[in-house]
Design a protein around this ligand. Structure first.
Ligand SMILES: Cc1ncc(COP(=O)(O)O)c(C=O)c1O
Length: 419
């Protein structure tokens, strides 16, 4: 977990006092540091590409804000998109179709056609999708997603590679599917597995690559298909807690590239990090609006709930919190940080030592770049919040707060009810 500087009791983020950003733009607000984003992308690309040609497909489900995408487009990233909406959003940010790979799940024929019509490569998730694409356009390049029988993730809800998963082609059907793709005249370029998100340790990722390598060689020997790339998916975990070690990226890159270079004739490694690229680039700033004691617990009531950040409530995820304007003060008591959503499951953090909070304080929630704004909602009729980009002491609004009109825009009351 990244540490931030303290300036006279104030947390510094992107060269600015976090509390000043909150005062200027209002709360709740997601604030992204452009320098961290670029640094993360360059680190992961550099670690793998020094061993072999590498394509980093940023998994934009983690954070699909246009400004974030534009920065990664400038860095030369490729994209992993899981919906036609993500494909179109990335294209709006300037990504050409040639840098996007579409990996859908439960893909409808209209969506498949829409993606194919844009000329985007499709990572096939089921045999039916393969058959349908062959009828729509057999000239679209494809890769095939297999379920390696290895899963890993920070929660059961995000494990995707285990046997029986809804994602991908089961391993025992993989050869038959590649054969069928050949019969249908499809242009198969690669093989893919994504085993889950944010799991601990690099072992399962390496084991999954070993499965892909075995299949790649079987495909070459039995079907005479020379694949261009092996795509190991995303899933690299990041530390959310203070003093938690980082995953050994150097070891992961050295091991998988060595396996691919020594055991196959494949020329490109693709990977799809989402969390790794964006997670620690962003903090959520939320204002303390009340402090309550229940006799059992102390509550810091803030203006962001699970409508703004759902990960703690949904996955029981840990996000580090600090009071940005009391950054040099030690904790004096234990508090739950809770929000304005009318459910007892609405919390951002539990049992945290914090300096005595007061109304108006700014609570900074760390590691909110991935699966945070992207998973926010308007539950309880609370419009989605704003986003700000900071760089070297300058802050710019990259998304304004939604308004009540945005919430009502597509609704109508039938005439007859108005009489
Ligand atoms: C197909 C695919 N690739 C990549 C990712 C990114 O995972 P992470 O953000 O853990 O790197 C996901 C996320 O679940 C995914 O579904």
């Amino acid at each position: 977990m990244r540490d931030f500087k303290n300036d006279d009791g104030h947390m510094i983020f992107g060269g600015m006092r976090a509390a000043d950003i909150a005062d200027k733009f209002g709360t709740p607000v997601y604030v992204t540091d452009e320098n961290i984003l670029r640094e993360n992308y360059r680190r992961i690309y550099g670690v793998f590409s020094k061993h072999m040609p590498t394509r980093v497909h940023y998994a934009c489900k983690a954070n699909s804000s246009l400004a974030v995408l534009k920065i990664l487009e400038q860095e030369g990233s490729h994209i992993d998109a899981v919906s036609i909406g993500e494909v179109l959003t990335c294209m709006k940010a300037g990504f050409p179709a040639s840098r996007i790979l579409y990996t859908g799940t439960c893909v409808s024929t209209p969506e498949l056609k829409a993606v194919a019509d844009l000329g985007v490569m499709i990572n096939i998730d089921s045999v039916s999708e393969l058959e349908r694409l062959a009828k729509i356009n057999p000239n679209i390049p494809i890769s095939i997603r297999v379920t390696p029988g290895i899963g890993s993730g920070h929660s059961d809800k995000v494990v995707t590679g285990a046997k029986g998963s809804k994602f991908g082609i089961p391993i025992d059907l993989a050869m038959g599917t590649f054969r069928r793709a050949m019969e249908l005249g499809l242009k198969v370029k690669g093989i893919h597995a994504h085993i889950g998100s944010g799991g601990k340790g690099i072992g399962p990722l390496i084991d999954a690559v070993a499965v892909l390598i075995d299949l790649t060689n079987q495909i070459r020997d039995e079907l005479e298909i020379e694949l261009e790339f092996i795509n190991m998916g995303g899933g690299i975990g990041v530390p959310y807690r203070p003093n938690e070690p980082e995953e050994d990226l150097e070891e992961l890159a050295a091991t998988v590239t060595d396996m691919i270079l020594n055991d196959t004739s494949v020329g490109i490694l693709a990977l799809e990090p989402g969390r790794y690229v964006v997670c620690d680039s962003t903090v959520l700033l939320t204002r303390c609006v009340d402090v309550k004691k229940s006799g059992v617990k102390n509550y810091v009531c803030v203006d962001a709930g699970f409508n703004t950040l759902i990960r703690p409530a949904f996955y029981d995820s840990y996000h580090h919190v600090a009071i940005a304007n009391k950054f040099n003060k030690a904790g004096t008591g234990k508090y739950d940080v809770v929000g304005p959503i009318c459910e007892s499951g609405d919390f951002l953090a539990k049992d945290r030592a914090l300096p005595a909070p007061e109304d108006g304080d700014i609570v900074a929630v760390y590691n909110c770049g991935a699966y945070s704004f992207a998973m926010s909602s308007t539950y309880n009729s609370r419009p989605r919040c704003r986003e700000v980009l900071v760089k070297d002491g300058k802050a710019e609004l990259i998304r304004g707060s939604e308004t009540m009109d945005d919430l009502w825009r597509h609704q109508t009351i039938p005439e007859r009810l108005l009489k």
